[in-house]
Design a binder for this molecule. Structure first.
Ligand SMILES: C[S@@+](CC[C@H](N)C(=O)[O-])C[C@H]1O[C@@H](n2cnc3c(N)ncnc32)[C@H](O)[C@@H]1O
Length: 206
């Protein structure tokens, strides 16, 4: 069997036997990623008194589904992604690239002078396969999320950001620590052990 087919077969095998894939199907989440946010929320009580949430890199939408449920009918969840998504009732979706001025402007207009209580970012760059390039792209996304938090997240607000080990990791954590009272690195159980992804839990914006 060609190497590529073997890899696809291994992925399919892993997917059909994966506990979180089964749970997502049962709980009607669009992706197993939901359980990463749920675990973080259960530890930090992220949605307490939260009305306005910005979900960066929200497709296919499981974090947004969870956020919409948590904020209730009076809350607002705004999601952004490069990819289109099937609409989610209660989600204000912006289709486009968060790194562009045009989409940032749309986001700011949608926020409409309200305070952002919580930012959740599961964005990951499209991989080129060139390690240095991918690390630089990932770091750039995180810097922009932190810039956005500096500008629009309320004082005392929280921010969850996906971050990969390597490259600019230490500098990004340092940058986050200059903006938040507490920054903890956490790898949820639903995050595959083979992946270098972790999450920066940035609590209590200064
Ligand atoms: C791991 S997925 C997010 C899964 C999502 N949290 C969920 O629960 O369904 C990462 C997403 O980030 C998006 N993304 C990456 N770079 C982006 C950018 N510059 N602007 C907007 N979305 C971006 C990708 O298109 C992808 O859909």
């Amino acid at each position: 069997m060609p190497k590529k087919n073997k890899l696809v077969k291994a992925w399919v095998n892993q997917h059909v036997t994966d506990h979180y894939v089964h749970m997502a199907a049962k709980d009607n989440y669009r992706s197993r990623a939901a359980y990463k946010l749920i675990e973080i929320d259960e530890a930090l009580n992220l949605f307490k008194n939260v009305q306005v949430v910005v979900d960066l890199g929200c497709a296919p939408g499981s974090w947004s589904q969870y956020a919409v449920k948590k904020v209730g009918v009076n809350g607002i969840v705004i999601g952004i992604d490069l990819l289109e998504i099937t609409p989610i009732h209660g989600l204000e979706f912006i289709h486009g690239d968060f790194t562009t001025d045009e989409i940032l402007k749309k986001l700011v207009q949608t926020i409409d002078n309200k305070q952002v209580d919580l930012i959740i970012s599961d964005m990951a760059p499209n991989l080129s396969g060139i390690r240095g390039v991918d690390q630089a792209r990932g770091a750039y996304l995180i810097e922009l999320v932190l810039d956005f938090a500096r500008e629009y997240l309320k004082v005392g607000g929280n921010c969850i950001i996906k971050i990969f080990h390597g490259g600019e990791f230490d500098n990004l954590v340092k940058l986050a620590r200059s903006l938040f009272n507490q920054v903890v690195i956490h790898k949820p159980s639903a995050s595959r052990s083979a992946s270098s992804e972790t999450y920066m839990l940035c609590k209590n914006k200064i």
